[in-house]
Ligand binder design. Structure first.
Ligand code: NAP
Length: 246
């Protein structure tokens, strides 16, 4: 399904990003796993992919840094020949109630989640225009659609990402480039493992399917949007959340 395509996945050393990288590779894509801090973890996932007969490499870069991202896109395109699929998955949380949230907590989340995604899209689009095609998939969140107490920074970043998805989709639709978002609900990763049992039980009561999602649930939706089967879909946000935002 993705043979001959080169995919760059940000924040791919663990969690949803790692699963997306493995899934895209299993469908035939050559995958570049970006990381900011987790070099060893990203290298291990790349090794797993290569040992399974796929093709993968790693690239360290802080997505919040405009010029580092510019270099990453140039280097990846040079080394691998193209960037056909970009998955903007890197993300962080720094939760707090609005009235006590520190400026640094707000800025860090916006800079990584929102500006990081802008940086990657901004620098990959030129390459995709040259190639006359490409697929961009942004990982938003259900809280970008609903809001969430204690996550004013995170929900703003994830809602903003949906706006950016729609705007860029309109700018490049006629050029063979699609831009879509996936909005996960509650997925079992390190990001959610830090939540208290009480919060997790409360969340479960909100999920019509009565289970948290797996990283594979998200990765398969991303793989679909990255494939030609989704070639007439752009500017959309697909919720993958067990029916939470129905
Ligand atoms: P995770 O396990 O905490 O992983 C986050 C990833 O983002 C890590 O690989 C991390 O890499 C990377 N990252 C953070 N800052 C970065 C930066 N400045 N530059 C490059 N990479 C950076 O989280 P996850 O649950 O897999 O979440 C992945 C995405 O899904 C996030 O955007 C998150 O907001 C979204 N999401 C998750 C859930 C959920 O329930 N888990 C729900 C909705 C949406 P390093 O360790 O190398 O920094």
């Amino acid at each position: 399904m993705l043979t001959g395509k080169v995919a760059l996945v940000t924040g791919a050393g663990r969690g949803i990003g790692a699963e997306v990288a493995k899934t895209l590779a299993s469908y035939g894509a050559t995958v570049v796993l970006n990381y900011a801090h987790s070099e060893a973890a990203a290298a291990k996932i790349a090794e797993e992919i290569n040992n399974a007969g796929g093709k993968a490499g790693v690239y360290g870069c802080d997505v919040a840094d405009f010029s580092q991202v510019a270099d990453m896109m140039k280097q990846v395109a040079k080394e691998y020949g193209s960037i056909d699929i970009l998955v903007n998955n890197a993300g962080i949380t720094k939760d707090n109630l609005a009235m006590v949230m520190k400026e640094e907590e707000f800025d860090a989340v916006i800079n990584t989640n929102l500006k990081g995604t802008f940086n990657c899209m901004r620098h990959v689009v030129r390459q995709m225009l040259k190639q006359k095609g490409g697929k961009i998939i942004n990982i938003s969140s259900i809280v970008g659609l609903t809001g969430n107490a204690g996550q004013i920074n995170y929900s703003a970043s994830k809602a903003g990402l949906i706006g950016m998805t729609k705007s860029l989709a309109k700018e490049v639709a006629a050029k063979g480039i699609t831009v879509n978002a996936v909005a996960p609900g509650c997925i079992d990763t390190e990001m959610t493992q830090v939540l208290s049992e009480e919060v997790k039980e409360q969340m479960l009561t909100q999920i019509p399917m009565k289970r948290v999602g797996t990283t594979k649930d998200i990765a398969e939706a991303v793989a679909f949007l990255a494939s030609d089967r989704a070639s007439y879909i752009t500017g959309q946000t697909i919720s993958v959340d067990g029916g939470m935002y129905a």
